[in-house]
Write a new protein. Structure first.
Lengths: 173, 72
């Protein structure tokens, strides 16, 4: 009997093999969205746990990686909804900043602030499409929606960002 | 919105977000196992219904407790 069939039947050995095989893929997808290795690890563990609990609904002839990615994306979206707005999305460079760096940092912070204000679903679509440059069909699959819907989300995210950045006095160049 | 606008936003975002390392640093199987241990098995709703029914029956017909105890 193949691995995914044994996993769907609840065999713990099969699940362990599945975890070892797919944990890297799931983690790399989540960390692209949440951009924090620690949180991404926690969410990967939670994803694997939920996958195990939902194993009865998985068809062994289906695409496990795509299913896992969808569960992971939903968890990442939930995390972004819960996340405190003051949490930083990037690590600051070491050492005291120079005046130019200060301006750059301020601009970056304003862009981040505007980005964090986006609805979670738009944030995920924009991060994956614009920052990570993932293909639209891959994003659509992970979000459980169509390519057209993803393009619309990215379009809306850019429009809102542009408006907010204008309000904050930042002009992207 | 033009393609140029889109490119500007894309560049601004890429500069504002630091690159993330997408490589997993450790095996997460032990953490998954800990989650198994941490979460107690949940009692399904129909078990609660059965327990409720049994308690009700014993409340209204206490003599059945003896019959039940005899068959244990």
């Amino acid at each position: 009997m193949d691995l995914l069939r044994r996993f769907a039947l609840g065999e713990i050995d099969a699940f362990e093999t599945v975890v070892r095989q797919f944990q890297g893929d799931i983690y790399s997808w989540i960390v692209r969205i949440v951009r924090d290795p620690g949180i991404a690890e926690d969410l990967t563990v939670e994803t694997l746990w939920r996958i195990y609990r939902a194993r009865h609904s998985f068809r062994p002839d289906g695409n496990f990686a795509a299913w896992a990615r969808r569960v992971a994306t939903n968890l990442a979206i939930d995390h972004l909804r819960r996340k405190r707005p003051e949490q930083s999305l990037l690590s600051d460079p070491a050492g005291p900043p120079m005046p130019d760096q200060l301006v750059q940092r301020e601009t970056r912070e304003k862009i981040q602030q505007a980005f964090r204000g986006l609805p979670a679903k738009l944030q995920v679509a924009a991060t994956l499409a614009l920052v990570e440059e993932r293909p639209y069909d891959e994003i659509a699959d992970a979000l459980g929606t169509s390519v057209g819907a993803v393009k619309l989300r990215v379009f809306r995210a850019v429009r809102i960002l542009r408006k907010r950045l204008k309000q904050l006095g930042v002009s992207p160049e | 919105m033009t393609e140029h606008d889109d490119r500007q936003i894309r560049e601004a975002l890429k500069q504002s977000f630091s690159q993330v390392n997408t490589e997993l640093r450790r095996d997460l199987w032990p953490a998954v196992l800990r989650k198994f241990d941490a979460r107690p098995a949940r009692v399904p709703w129909y078990d609660w219904v059965l327990i409720g029914l049994s308690v009700s029956v014993f409340l209204f017909f206490p003599q059945l407790i003896l019959v039940f105890a005899y068959h244990l």
